[in-house]
Design a protein around this ligand. Structure first.
Ligand SMILES: Nc1nc2c(ncn2[C@@H]2O[C@H](COP(=O)(O)OP(=O)(O)O)[C@@H](O)[C@H]2O)c(=O)[nH]1
Ligand SMILES: [Mg+2]
Length: 365
């Protein structure tokens, strides 16, 4: 049996099986097998096509945001509003045939925004340009879902297409560690209560992935899908923000109703009418969770004009890497003024965690 037949067989089996307490184990195992076969198929396909899937888009700026939406929801119009780019806007579908990058400047941060061709249902399984488009989204620090005010239900479809491509939005990576060992079978250490799967299922799924001997540390109430995510190891995790576009076509009552009805939060805008776009920029900036670090030269002046922009939680090391690649080798110590230290001018090491608006001097050899 080839891969497609094997996949089909499991899919049929899954469709036939009702999910309940009794079949839980069986279903979990089938899903894990299916995920493995699909990832093998994926690999085969990309090997056959000779190149890795995806457009070549160079990441630049302090962060990358991708616009994800159905055709004609206003992605290109929004890109032009947010950035210096000139993306073609048209009233017919599929106008954006390639990835168009733009740069958005906000609060001193340079944020790369990518306009992708519209996603359609089934994109992740290779319909249209889908797969290549979705591969670009893997580089996102933030996913911006764009929905049309008359098609708000598309949000679910978009998220599912990303899921199928291995992109998890608004999820933390699973808190599970798998340490392969040279023998002794699989031992599971539960550091929390497990309600979604049994220890036995954990072991069986590991064996599906040819892990026969390992120490597994479970620190969250994991389910079979998230365990598979750990085993496949190629998932990416990004926060998201949803934009409701074309609100100029409805009255405010309509939008209020939507926000009550829908399960997700959104930022209402009109890209064409330039309504609420500034507020959206601020939301994007906030969601990216940046901190600004002001560099102070050893001579004493501080550059308050162009801060270094890094992710919240970054250390002095990330700043060194941003200044230039070899800097960490020559690092001796740093001096910090601001919220992350107890007193101004405190001496810290390279692993020191910085906070917003800290002033930093790096002393090298
Ligand atoms: N009424 C209204 N039309 C919009 C808005 N934004 C975009 N459009 C129109 O929607 C159509 C598709 O826009 P486009 O940016 O090409 O969508 P894309 O396919 O998602 O890139 C164009 O005719 C735009 O002028 C908006 O905020 N309000
Ligand atoms: Mg477009």
């Amino acid at each position: 049996m080839g891969l497609p037949e094997k996949i089909k067989k499991i899919e049929d089996d899954l469709l036939k099986t009702q999910v309940n307490k009794k079949t839980e184990h069986h279903v979990g195992l089938l899903r894990a097998k299916l995920a493995r076969l699909k990832s093998e198929q994926e690999e085969q396909q990309s090997r056959r096509s000779g190149s890795s899937v995806g457009y070549d888009v160079k990441k630049s700026g302090d962060a990358t945001v991708v616009l994800i939406g159905l055709p004609s929801v206003g992605k290109s119009t929004l890109l032009n509003r947010l950035t210096n780019a000139k993306s073609k806007v048209a009233s017919y579908k599929f106008t954006t045939l390639e990835v168009v990058p733009g740069m958005m400047e906000y609060n001193g941060a340079r944020i790369q925004v990518l306009d992708l061709p519209g996603i359609i249902k089934g994109a992740s399984s290779g319909r249209g340009l889908g797969k290549r488009v979705l591969a670009v989204a893997r580089s996102a620090d933030l996913v911006l879902f764009i929905v049309d005010v008359f098609q708000p239900e598309a949000r679910g479809l978009l998220e599912r297409e990303l899921r199928t491509t291995g992109i998890r939005v608004d999820q933390e990576p699973p808190n599970v560690v798998i340490e392969p060992t040279s023998g002794g079978g699989i031992t599971v250490t539960k550091l929390t209560r497990m309600t979604r799967m049994t220890e036995e299922l954990v072991k069986e799924i590991l064996r599906v992935y040819d892990v026969n001997s390992a120490r597994v540390m479970v620190r969250e109430d994991i389910d079979d899908e998230r365990l598979v995510d750990v085993l496949l190891g190629n998932r990416v995790y990004a926060p998201s923000l949803t934009v409701m576009n074309k609100i100029d076509l409805v009255n405010t009552g309509f939008t209020t109703e939507l926000s009550k009805k829908l399960k997700y939060k959104f930022v209402p805008i009109s890209a064409e009418g330039n309504v609420n776009v500034e507020a959206l920029k601020e939301e994007i900036y906030k969601r990216l969770d940046f901190v600004r670090i002001y560099m102070r030269r050893r001579t004493g002046e501080t550059d308050f004009e162009e801060p270094m922009i890094v992710k919240n939680g970054s250390t002095v090391l990330q700043i060194c890497d941003k200044v230039h690649r070899g800097m960490k080798e020559d690092f001796r110590y740093a001096l910090v003024w601001g919220k992350s230290v107890r007193f101004g001018g405190q001496r810290v090491g390279i692993a020191h965690k910085l906070m917003d608006q800290d002033v930093l001097t790096i002393v090298t050899k």
